[in-house]
Design a protein around this ligand. Structure first.
Ligand code: 3HC
Length: 687
């Protein structure tokens, strides 16, 4: 698009209106910056212009700097220079905000002398989510307008605030009617001129509330949340600088910190995930206009933790759900849990009390599968057993109307075998939610061999509607996520037999940035998943612990001992069980260092990811990263296992795998794809 089309300048009775139209989100690309520079110069030079309104077309005010330009040579004018020019304008500049004023977009609004916004507008500095800090004066100007405490919260959370909150905080000066932003901004501009109000420059204001205690207490309170991340601390330092340094010095510091973060691996990883999440929604070969089947009513089978969580996604999005259980008691329990979850959200202020009732009113609990006849989509979340699922799908096939989509939440089983139990395999798909299903953002969408394009397209659209990040997986045991998880599981189990203790493995994985280690997860999920007293032979550590009724947190003991507040401590008893098991299997225990633990847990996952890619189970390496960041808590600042492989270097990963293969055997043999990329000096990002 040419510059002329992107930026227009019109004059309306002494007020210049600079209008920006750079879809999709009016990012401040080179072309936009250049066009704005020219338009402002023209408006300054026009003696007939007394004030200037800056407004955007399309769905939003500027959504930020153009992230796709990061890492490329900067083309002048820079955003910082452009904003300094606007702030120094000889005439009042008024930002007219709708949609989301984010990052560089809000920073642009901050250099305007006044700000007017529609009530639905959202304003925020989300740079921290990209591993950055606001790099165009945001950390220096925002605290001058709203005070240090609120600015700290905004830059470190990255969460936007609504227009009403912004008005109360002094971030905007007036609310405009929803459908009259342009007119309201022009009227506001005229008022400024007629009242001869000063050009209010944020840079000239003092920072309120910046006490040393504010910063020390903030750091203490957020330490856990910010664990491992570089950007939050840097954001805090920049806000501190706003109060301790003159404005221009603060700006210099902000720029230096921004450049350091931008060049670092964390921001690179977080930007990678930003684009990867958006890319994951695009299915190669699927027409953009592929038919989308209407989904007005959803059925969920199973009202346990999983089924209930799945149902909540749809209820929250205003889609009616019929939920089916076999026993009245289980059904009542499931419905009560859903209500309790909503009530807890309301208590925390996340939803209103009315929303609790509105969501519950959309829920239709039943004991009869026949009630699913009118549903457009039915998702089963029953016991992981092929015979059970095949039987159920056979029944659904006869009950559900033609065209209805039949989905399985299976996390391991062969979807094609399930689909074969119906006369409509083209309408069968896997929708693999992650527990807790109402919270975790990931949805693995499993396409069977016969799944129709319209069913896939419908699932992707629906995922967006319910706020999930969807990643398409082909059919294989465990799909993308659990197939890779099995690699880590196997090595963790071996490591404790060879010489490490569960708490050693957990500490290394936790320090890497995961929320929990594999043994902490086992204790949380229950060691007795798939275990039975009758068939237990005491042959594995897990079986031994279950036999001792150490079945995890629920029994007060598992790999760890737990106190009444569920705080874990390493268990001497478990240590004994492990030592005995090593001896029984004639394994000579040895000291295992942290590096080996990490490499043996993580590198086989990368290797498995390469196989998943090579087999076409995942479309792209970045899809695998999205799965791990959103479904398993992989630290976003490490960008997912595949980007992590690229970061440490695939040649290194291959060499270490080969080394372990020479000791521990074929499980470590590097895959063909991994070897090829390593030989060529490439990474997964080059595919
Ligand atoms: N730069 C480049 N491209 C961007 C972008 C940006 N800042 N923001 C969004 N896009 C692109 C997306 O990649 C996507 O492209 P695609 O269609 O080719 O996949 C397209 O715009 C639409 O984006 P979404 O699918 O995310 O659209 P939504 O309507 O769901 O969301 C949004 C819109 C809330 C604006 C969301 O895109 C968003 O959060 N964007 C990022 C905002 C942000 O982080 N801004 C700060 C940037 S860093 C910065 O400003 C540094 C400064 O301080 C110097």
């Amino acid at each position: 698009m040419s510059e002329q089309n992107i930026i227009s300048l019109t004059v309306d009775g002494g007020v210049a209106v600079i209008r920006v139209n750079s879809p999709p989100v009016n990012a401040l690309s080179f072309a936009v910056r250049q066009g704005l520079w020219q338009a402002f110069e023209n408006a300054f030079a026009d003696d007939g212009v007394e004030a200037i309104v800056l407004i955007c077309e399309g769905r939003t005010f500027f959504a930020g700097a153009d992230i796709s330009e990061f890492g490329k040579p900067m083309q002048e004018p820079s955003l910082v220079d452009l904003l300094a020019m606007i702030e120094g304008a000889p005439k009042a500049v008024i930002a007219a905000i709708h949609g989301t004023a984010l990052g560089g977009g809000l920073e642009t609004a901050l250099v305007c002398h006044y700000r007017v916004a529609v009530p639905s507008a959202k304003l925020g500095l989300p740079e921290v989510k990209l591993g950055l800090l606001p790099g165009a004066g945001g950390t220096q100007r925002l605290p001058r307008l709203i005070g240090a405490a609120m600015a700290l919260e905004m830059v470190t959370s990255g969460s936007p605030i609504g227009a009403k909150t912004a008005l109360d905080a002094g971030l905007i000066d007036e609310l405009a009617p929803a459908n009259g932003l342009r007119e309201a901004a022009i009227a506001f501009a005229r008022k400024i001129v007629s009242e001869k109000r000063p050009l209010r420059r944020a840079r000239d204001l003092p920072v309120e509330g910046a006490t040393p205690e504010l910063f020390s207490e903030f750091r203490k309170a957020k330490a856990r949340k910010f664990r491992g991340f570089a950007a939050p601390e840097t954001n805090i330092q920049a806000i501190e600088a706003a109060s301790s340094l003159p404005f221009d010095e603060g700006m210099k510091l902000e720029r230096r910190l921004f450049e350091e973060l931008r060049a670092g691996t964390q921001s690179k990883a977080q930007r990678h995930i930003f684009f990867a999440e958006r890319e994951a929604g695009k299915i190669p070969g699927l027409q953009r206009d592929a038919e989308i089947r209407p989904v007005g009513k959803v059925g969920v089978i199973g009202a346990g933790t999983m089924g209930g969580g799945i149902a909540m996604n749809f209820l929250s999005a205003g889609i009616p759900v019929t939920i089916v259980e076999m026993q009245q008691e289980a059904l009542d329990r499931g419905v009560a849990t859903i209500r309790k979850n909503y009530e807890n959200s309301a208590k925390r202020g996340r939803i209103t009390a009315e929303a609790v009732d509105a969501n519950m009113a959309l829920l239709n609990p039943v004991l009869d599968l026949e009630a699913l006849a009118g549903c457009d989509l039915v998702i089963e979340a029953v016991y992981e057993n092929m015979d059970v699922k095949r039987d159920l799908f056979g029944k659904l096939d006869t009950i559900c109307k033609p065209g209805a989509i039949l989905a399985s939440n299976t996390s391991y089983l062969d979807l094609d075998e399930i689909a074969a139990a119906t006369s409509r395999p083209e309408s069968v798909i896997g929708l693999h939610f992650f527990s807790p299903a109402n919270v975790m953002r990931l949805l693995e969408v499993v396409r069977g061999a016969k799944t129709d394009a319209s069913v896939l397209a419908t699932a992707m659209k629906l995922a967006k509607t319910i706020g999930k990040v969807a990643v398409v997986s082909g059919v294989c045991h465990g799909f993308i996520g659990n197939r890779m998880l099995a690699q880590r599981r196997r090595e963790a189990d071996r490591l404790i037999l060879e010489g490490a203790m569960p708490w050693d493995v957990d500490r290394v994985i936790y320090d890497f940035g995961m929320p929990m280690g594999p043994f902490q997860i086992s204790d949380l999920a229950g060691l007795d998943l798939g275990w039975s007293k009758e068939s237990s032979k005491g042959e594995t550590i897990r079986e031994r612990l279950c036999e001792m009724d150490r079945r995890g947190q629920k029994t007060g003991a598992g790999f760890y001992d737990y106190d009444e507040k569920r705080r874990p401590t390493p268990s001497p008893l478990v240590e004994q069980v492990i030592l005995e098991m090593s001896a029984r299997q004639s394994i000579e225990r040895r000291a295992i260092d942290d590096e080996e633990i990490l490499e043996r847990c993580v590198y086989p996952m990368i290797n498995e990811g390469a196989k998943i890619l090579d087999e076409g189970i995942a479309f792209r390496a970045s899809d695998i990263d999205v799965v791990w960041v959103n479904g398993y808590g992989w630290p976003v600042y490490r960008g997912g296992p595949m980007l992590y492989g690229d970061t440490v270097g695939l040649a290194h990963v291959r060499d270490r795998l080969s080394h372990y293969a020479s000791i521990h055997g074929a499980d470590f043999l590097p895959s063909e794809l991994l070897c090829r990329l390593a030989d060529e000096g490439k990474g997964f990002g080059n595919l």
